[in-house]
Design a protein around this ligand. Structure first.
Ligand code: SF4
Length: 376
């Protein structure tokens, strides 16, 4: 009997090695505790110009990796050229067959990026500076720069390289607690850095359904509070808010956010465009968040989406005024096409208005906020 088990064991071992063994990808390392496939990004690009100046965020972006460990279901990144145009690289390096469906399951790190950026900045003569982007560099908007220790190590050197060259740097992460490991670099950067986090909702169950691997909202807030206590400027992105949130939910959320004294709170409702919206609904259903799934599903109807979006934007503006918070709304261009003329004027005013954030020598707006029409 013993011999038969021994034979069976060796037979299964050989099958595993020669038949079922997965393809060995270049640079790939997978932690046995971790289902995320990792490798090294061979991309040479260091600093890219960005269209995020339209949102008053930045004129350049630096991404410390391709792919993101958090795998948020609504994430637009897998539908961008950054992922769509590089199927060969993704397959070659980490065996990805479908960059969108497998989002959250692969990461290609850009090790040594900070050192390369340092040399690049020494040589770079011309610096783009738009009215809204203010020459700021966003780190990172196509991944989370503090999603884990390896990304954090790259980010530390990137932030150091940028700020020591006196480039204004906007760090966005859902894990500001991990970013605190580099508080020395942030403090040394002084006015050249701001750190922020996206906090769409304080409902931990709903948030976990949509952002399955990201830290909880109260962790994000705690991290930002601590940065603020260290004198590092903060910002918050209330994005995207969920259709299940009522005015009281948003008020409580903004009250909590006000404790980290952000220089600006950006806000946008969720957008039902793109394949990732269906995945967001499925994720909510699979997590047992039936109400969230049903409310999201209703937004496929354009009228419902317009109604919810306008309502949330209006509420956030009102609550921001009541709490004396520097709110800045991000209404979608598509939304403006489907509202009344008065509402369109109000929303367009937000798109045209400078952000109130005192950062990167911005001329902040003085005067009243755009006024929504009485019926909006
Ligand atoms: S943290 Fe940002 S980049 Fe990463 S999956 Fe979520 S939304 Fe996308």
């Amino acid at each position: 009997m013993k011999l038969e088990y021994g034979f069976l064991y060796h037979f299964l071992f050989l099958v595993n090695v020669f038949v079922r063994r997965p393809k060995k990808y270049n640079n790939t390392m997978t932690n046995p505790q971790d289902s995320v496939r990792t490798g090294k990004d061979p991309t040479k690009a260091i600093l890219s110009e960005s269209g995020l100046n339209s949102k008053h965020l930045c004129d350049y972006v630096v991404n410390v990796a391709t792919g993101c460990r958090h795998g948020c279901k609504f994430c637009y990144v897998p539908s961008t050229p950054n992922i769509r145009t590089r199927p060969d690289m993704l397959e070659e390096e980490v065996g990805v067959k479908n960059g969108q469906k497998e989002w959250g399951q692969y990461i290609l790190y850009r090790d040594g990026l900070g050192e390369r950026l340092d040399g690049h900045l020494d040589r770079k003569q011309v610096w783009r500076q738009t009215r809204r982007g203010r020459g700021v560099v966003g780190v990172s908007f196509s991944t989370d720069c503090y999603m884990d220790g390896r990304a954090g190590k790259i980010t530390r050197n990137v932030v150091d390289a940028l700020t020591s060259h006196e480039k204004y740097t906007r760090v966005l992460t859902r894990n500001p607690i991990l970013a605190l490991q580099d508080i020395d670099v942030f403090k040394q950067a002084g006015e050249y850095v701001t750190v922020g986090s996206s906090i769409p909702s304080m409902d931990s169950d709903q948030l976990r359904a949509i952002e399955p691997s990201a830290p909880a909202a109260d962790h994000r807030l705690r991290g930002l509070q601590e940065f603020n206590e260290h004198g590092v400027q903060t910002f918050v992105s209330l994005s995207p808010t969920y259709p299940t949130q009522n005015k009281q939910d948003l008020r409580e959320q903004l009250e909590q956010i006000s404790t980290c004294e952000p220089a600006v709170v950006f806000h946008e409702p969720i957008n039902p465009r793109g394949g990732n919206f269906g995945m967001t609904i499925t994720a909510a259903e699979e997590a047992g968040e039936d109400e969230l799934a049903a409310e999201l599903d209703k937004l496929r109807d354009r009228e419902k989406w317009v109604e919810y979006s306008v309502q949330h934007l209006q509420w956030v503006q009102e609550i921001g005024q009541e709490l004396d918070l520097p709110v800045h709304l991000w209404p979608d261009k598509e939304l403006i096409k489907h509202v009344s003329d008065e509402t369109a004027t109000w929303l367009q005013s937000w798109r045209d208005r400078q952000s109130p954030e005192e950062f990167a020598e911005r001329d902040t707006p003085n005067g009243n906020l755009p006024q929504f029409p009485a019926i909006a």
